[in-house]
Design a protein around this ligand. Structure first.
Ligand SMILES: Nc1ncnc2c1ncn2[C@@H]1O[C@H](COP(=O)(O)OP(=O)(O)O)[C@@H](O)[C@H]1O
Ligand SMILES: [Mg+2]
Length: 258
């Protein structure tokens, strides 16, 4: 069974909806419990809106998001267990971490919000050190603030914070787009390893086909609010089915050749 399913999702940001196109227009896909699904498309195609619906930060006008087969609504109405299970990593690492807090308190805060996820029978500090090690950071990072860290380190902290709640789905919205290419690859390898070790599913939103190639098992291609093609990553790169997918691939090849 799928872990998360998006069914006929419709989002329209306009007051007079009939007059304007839907930002998300009847999108359906599913993510299995152990796979990485990439949603790719150019800027404005509706990817972030879909991601925000999945985590419950954006209301939809039609369709549903199902978790473990049951519809889930806005985040405020979700059970604590569902909220824990679906965690998000954002594009801008610095902006998504409170600059006034230490890394230790950033991670500890998640356990105050979700006591059921807090480490039992051992100190929080030891559990935080272990989480930091899991994302490739020294224990010394715990006492530092995000402003003292690089973009890549901040993104590792964001991932550690998400993992602290032992999620089943990680939603990554352009999570490496702000980073240098070499740092991107490190973070993508980290995510792939975490997925395998922890049996995570990942919904990876990106405009970058190079990133898709590195991380995705399957790919859903969005264009102007609609899904135009869903395929395994191998098939998509070898035999793109939809003209828009071919256009994206050609554009990416031009960039590589430039
Ligand atoms: N909060 C909002 N209010 C009004 N329009 C929005 C809002 N968020 C997104 N949009 C519009 O919805 C469309 C899809 O945006 P988005 O989901 O951010 O695309 P992507 O992440 O693929 O770049 C765009 O036309 C964007 O301008
Ligand atoms: Mg976006």
């Amino acid at each position: 069974m799928s872990l998360i399913e998006v069914r006929d999702l419709v989002v329209n940001f306009h007051r007079r909806r009939a007059a304007k196109p839907n930002a998300v227009d009847g999108v359906s896909f599913a993510v299995r419990p152990d796979e990485t699904l990439a949603v790719v498309g150019e800027s404005g195609s509706g990817k972030t809106t879909v991601a925000r619906c999945v985590v419950g930060l954006q209301a939809q006008q039609g369709g549903a998001v199902l978790f473990d087969g049951a519809p889930v609504g806005p985040v405020a109405k979700r059970s604590p267990a569902t909220r824990r299970a679906i965690q998000m990593v954002f594009q801008d690492p610095a902006a998504s971490l409170n600059p006034r807090m230490t890394v230790r308190s950033i991670i500890g805060e998640t356990w105050r919000t979700h006591p059921s996820a807090a480490p039992a029978g051992r100190s929080w500090d030891a559990a935080i050190d272990e989480l930091l090690a899991d994302v490739g950071l020294d224990a010394g990072v715990a006492t530092r603030r995000p402003t003292a860290l690089s973009g890549g380190q901040c993104q590792r902290v964001s991932i550690a914070r998400a993992l602290a709640l032992r999620p089943r789905l990680l939603v990554c919205d352009e999570a490496v787009s702000a980073l240098d290419v070499s740092v991107q690859s490190q973070i993508l390898r980290l995510l792939a390893g975490l997925r395998a070790d922890r049996g995570l599913a990942i919904l990876f939103i990106t405009h970058d086909l190079g990133v898709v190639r590195q991380i995705a098992d399957r790919v859903a291609v969005m264009h102007q609010g609609r899904l135009v093609e869903t395929a395994t990553a191998d098939d998509l790169f070898e035999r793109p089915g939809h003209p828009y997918t071919r256009k994206l691939l050609d554009a990416a090849l031009d960039l590589e050749g430039a």
